[in-house]
Design a protein around this ligand. Structure first.
Ligand code: SF4
Length: 399
């Protein structure tokens, strides 16, 4: 069975996605790209040794980056682990390595290609490792939205703010229209900067991060925010709604963090009295409001590091990271916020066979699955990324 066999309207659960098979692209959440190449068998007992040998043979020639949501079998080979922004920065800080193997998802590899030097080549071990949130904002849809804002007579006062979790095309759109990229750590500073420049913000593509930041950190009301649905004429909004809005949120979300519900919070509080609920700001507004703490991936890691022995934590973020943190903090009770499995299916596509294949190909002198952003797109995307770096809060950047 594949996810495309599911009845109309039935969403595959993350567990179902995992069981369906890793070599089948998930056309609802992935880029629909088959990964070419003669991959080693997942049952090859020598995979770990092969990865180790290929990496040793490449030495300083290769720099392996691993996002926090990657599998343990992959993360063990990362030279650096981190969030998407930290990893892109790290890639740029290692110009002596001509090959950057990015164990993460497509938009992250694009950002690494934009920020690294021209002689560096960025490899994504599985091209099907997309991001459902990034794919919810296509360049043509965003251009249509902007045209509607022009027609409504409001575009001159609109500043785009795009989350790091967006394609290079959307980052370039943002740069062309005088906006900035943001991360979950500097979303507040980004919105404040944007409101110093214009009257309204077009926030792409994560509605939850945009809404949570505007309401909980900038003190706006929910009525200040409207939701642009790219699948409806004029986003499903009237011209008056566009004129009255302060924040125009794109109808996008993370399929992992968007699964947590208010029931998950209530259930874990009943199950573990005194538990601290800590969630990522990509979660729904009602979940973030009901939680005790909200923070980016790096903040979640730092909070657990600083937590006292014996404390209990329910984490609303990706399951690979939660499992790793639970193992690292055996003196604390660390549980997943939801009772159902919640891996990021696209992050999970990068597995040991794909990593071995990409590293061994480099040893043989073949660069496979190179991610390359065209010059014009890269230029404007970098304008938006540089604007983010110029924000005061970007000195200690986290995503
Ligand atoms: S966790 Fe969410 S935002 Fe991150 S890569 Fe997966 S789908 Fe995209």
């Amino acid at each position: 069975m594949t996810v495309t066999d599911l009845p109309e309207g039935v969403e595959p659960s993350p567990l179902m996605q995992l069981l369906i098979g890793r070599n089948e692209p998930d056309l609802r959440t992935e880029r629909g790209v088959e990964c070419p190449g003669d991959l080693p068998s997942p049952s090859d007992p020598d995979l770990v040794e092969r990865a180790r040998a290929a990496k040793a043979a490449l030495g300083e020639q290769v720099f392996v980056l691993g996002h926090h949501y990657q599998r343990d079998e992959v993360i063990q080979f990362a030279d650096v682990t981190g969030d998407s922004f930290k990893l892109a920065q790290q890639a740029a800080a290692r110009p002596e390595s001509p090959y950057v193997v990015f164990c993460g998802v497509h938009f992250m590899a694009e950002s690494a290609d934009i920020l690294t030097a021209g002689h560096q080549q960025v490899v994504l071990p599985d091209l099907a490792a997309g991001c459902s949130m990034a794919d919810m904002a296509a360049a043509g849809q965003v251009e249509d939205c902007w045209d509607a804002l022009v027609d409504a007579g409001v575009a001159d006062g609109v500043v785009p703010v795009s989350y790091m979790n967006s394609s290079a095309d959307i980052k370039a759109f943002t740069g062309r229209h005088g906006g900035t990229i943001c991360t979950s750590s500097n979303a507040k500073a980004s919105l404040e900067w944007a409101f110093g420049k214009g009257e309204k913000v077009l926030f792409l593509p994560d509605q939850h991060l945009g809404r949570n930041t505007a309401v909980l950190q900038l003190g706006m009301s929910l009525d200040h925010c409207v939701l642009w649905d790219p699948h409806k004429p004029q986003g499903g909004l009237t011209t008056q709604q566009l004129r009255d809005a302060r924040v125009i949120l794109w109808r996008g979300h993370c399929s992992v963090h968007g699964r947590f519900s208010l029931d998950s919070v209530h259930e874990v509080r009943e199950r573990i009295p005194g538990v601290n609920v800590l969630v990522h700001p990509e979660c729904k507004h009602e979940v973030v409001t009901a939680a005790d703490h909200v923070g980016s991936t790096e903040v979640i890691i730092q909070t657990l590091d600083a937590a006292p022995t014996g404390s209990a934590w329910a984490l609303g973020t990706e399951l690979n990271l939660v499992k790793r943190l639970a193992a690292q903090h055996a003196d604390k009770q660390v549980v997943f916020l939801d009772r159902t499995v919640c891996f990021c299916s696209t992050m999970n596509r990068i597995d040991l066979p794909h990593l071995v294949w990409s590293l061994e190909s480099l040893v043989e002198g073949r660069v496979v699955n190179r991610i390359q952003v065209d010059d014009d797109t890269a230029h404007w995307a970098k304008v938006a990324l540089d604007q983010m770096l110029a924000l005061p809060s970007s000195k200690a950047q986290k995503d």
